[in-house]
Design a protein around this ligand. Sequence first.
Ligand code: CAA
Length: 379
Amino acid sequence: MDFNFTEEQLMIKQTAKEFAESEIAPTAVERDISAEFPHEIVKKLGELGFLGMMVPPEWGGAGMDTISYVLAMEEISKADASVGVIMSVNNSLVCFGLNEYGTNEQKEKYLKPLAQGELLGAFCLSEPEAGSDATNQHTIAERDSDGWVLNGTKNWITNGINADIYLVIAQTNRELAHKGISTFIVEKGTDGFEHGKKEDKLGIRSSDTCSLSFTNCKVPKENLLWEEGKGFNFAMNTLNGGRIGIAAQALGIAQASLEAAVKYSKERKAFGKPIANLQAIQFKIADMATKVDAARLLTLNSAALKDQNKNYIQAAAMAKLFASKAAMECADEAIQIHGGYGYVREYLVERYLRDAKITEIYEGTSEIQRIIIARTLLQ
Ligand code: CAA
């Protein structure tokens, strides 16, 4: 498939690559160990226009297409998948949601600074008992005289500690099941809204993930996003695009694993010659390269469909399903090729495996992606 990238798309890829290599990669190992949030890098991503890539310029964004977003996400995630997810959530889940469904007032107040990188956003759907079964919302929002009052708990929220603006999905009418769910824009610092401690994660360790609690948290009526009862549709529509971002993140990890394996196999000698001369290694590298290419094609295909305003639900689910598996398998093989060296931090590939795992879980597990793909085929 020839995507005939435009000059602008290639320039964005190059800018992302240079930024990732010079400013993200050198400190990625340190951050993986310390689990420190990359504040300075996120600030610079904002300055580069990478936090609101697909938002129109009139709302503070870069006005780019989804293909450009995928190209940039791959490069950033190749250097550090933690930075990749911070960027992906702000772009695909928060800015997309506000741009599609926000009022002009909401766009002016929230989307503009989010797209310009002045504020950071979080998307709050998951709960202790609502992961894959996302309709099972226990967070409730009840009307009061001048707005809404939120009570409940959210779990596994990316950017949960460092975000300024939270899109919170909550039940507004339990009797109506998923049609009784709505979305609210909640500002950090609102009374009754607190975040939990940073989760100590297997991978993507410098991105922050935490729970959130809402106790009689008052939200003004103008902070209802879209319409009452549209919260589940909002979440589903938004996650479709989010899955393209996570597929691109997984692709970055898979590509990094492949490059590390190729480099090491040419350097490492065994039985008197570089291990790259051995067919056992060549076959692994050939399989890795094939998976990386297939993941890239599926991811770009879903992005292209989105840019052409075509239905991309199934394509995005396929891209995420395949790219996340490719990331796991490529990272695993990269460790195998490195042998004992692959099992220690110095050679990066063990981090790739730890970082890859989450791409099979968040924004819909691989099992959920299969449900979405099968439903589209069987309906
Ligand atoms: N796109 C658009 N709409 C969709 C949709 C999709 N992919 N899937 C379902 N819907 C719509 C349906 O059309 C229906 O809408 P209407 O009532 O208007 O017709 C409505 O949603 C309900 O559909 P279902 O009856 O099919 O719902 P369900 O209860 O069977 O659930 C599901 C469907 C696919 C399993 C869904 O619950 C799901 O996607 N679950 C996974 C949730 C998820 O991805 N969570 C990730 C958490 S967020 C995260 O990880 C962010 C982060 O911080 C990184």
